[in-house]
Design a binder for this molecule. Structure first.
Ligand SMILES: NC(=O)c1ccc[n+]([C@@H]2O[C@H](COP(=O)([O-])OP(=O)(O)OC[C@H]3O[C@@H](n4cnc5c(N)ncnc54)[C@H](OP(=O)(O)O)[C@@H]3O)[C@@H](O)[C@H]2O)c1
Length: 202
């Protein structure tokens, strides 16, 4: 398979690339890292990224962030950053992919456990993670009509991020990286579509 992995040099992305690289052609993208430099929050950069890659079989996005702050400090702009960085960045990649995917192709996005299991200061992330899940639930039927599948992986705190992030996730058990990668493989290699794939319950 020819696969575009946006965020392929990140904590989760590099583990997915390691798993897939032997048997697939994996092209990584990031703002400052990867085979192609592209900022997914810039619609023109996204179009250029796909033009460079050409026809492909799958797109995986493991990129996108949002500010973490107490509710009293969250501004309108903070919400808009989450919308731009994590929600619309991913949605625009998914929408543009429909012009480049081969028949039977798939798109896999990334949301996160905060959509359903909150942490302190996580309001914007909970909001945009739910929005990414909502896009997949709302759009997969249209993707299906085009001959494509669309899923989202919702990771919990992942093991490789635990040293840096565990203090922000009190009571959460970090997921082994192999379990996290399995969920992306399931989206990529089975025929499921329209699924929010939760690490640990799949
Ligand atoms: N780590 C966790 O425990 C965890 C838990 C739940 C959910 N998640 C979600 O999983 C996703 C990946 O997390 P991660 O920990 O792997 O993140 P990460 O280590 O920060 O890696 C993010 C990757 O995405 C790229 N990237 C960031 N913004 C981009 C943009 N605007 N356009 C293109 N590429 C961009 C980065 O490369 P450049 O810097 O070169 O752009 C990097 O390769 C995120 O959406 C995160 O919210 C993570």
């Amino acid at each position: 398979m020819k696969i575009l992995l946006v965020g392929g040099q990140g904590t989760i992305g590099k583990k997915i690339k390691n798993r897939l690289a032997a048997e697939n052609e994996v092209i990584t993208a990031g703002r400052n890292s990867g085979d192609i430099k592209a900022d997914m929050t810039d619609p023109k950069a996204v179009e250029k990224m796909f033009e460079k890659v050409g026809k492909l079989d799958a797109v995986i996005v493991t990129a996108g962030s949002a500010p973490a702050k107490p509710l009293k400090d969250i501004s309108y702009d903070d919400f808009m950053k989450g919308v731009q960085y994590k929600m619309m960045g991913q949605i625009h990649v998914a929408m543009t992919a429909t012009k480049y995917l081969n028949k039977g192709g798939s798109v896999t996005l990334t949301s996160g456990i905060l959509a359903e299991d909150p942490i302190p200061h996580g309001t914007v992330l909970s909001t945009v993670n739910s929005a990414v899940n909502g896009f997949v639930i709302g759009a997969y039927g249209d993707f299906l009509k085009l001959g494509y599948r669309l899923n989202v992986v919702s990771p919990p705190l992942v093991a490789d991020s635990a040293p840096a992030l565990a203090r922000y996730f009190p009571g959460h058990t970090p997921a082994p990286m192999s379990h996290v990668v399995d969920c992306y493989i399931k989206s990529l290699k089975t025929l499921i579509t329209g699924q929010v794939i939760k690490v640990g319950v799949n």
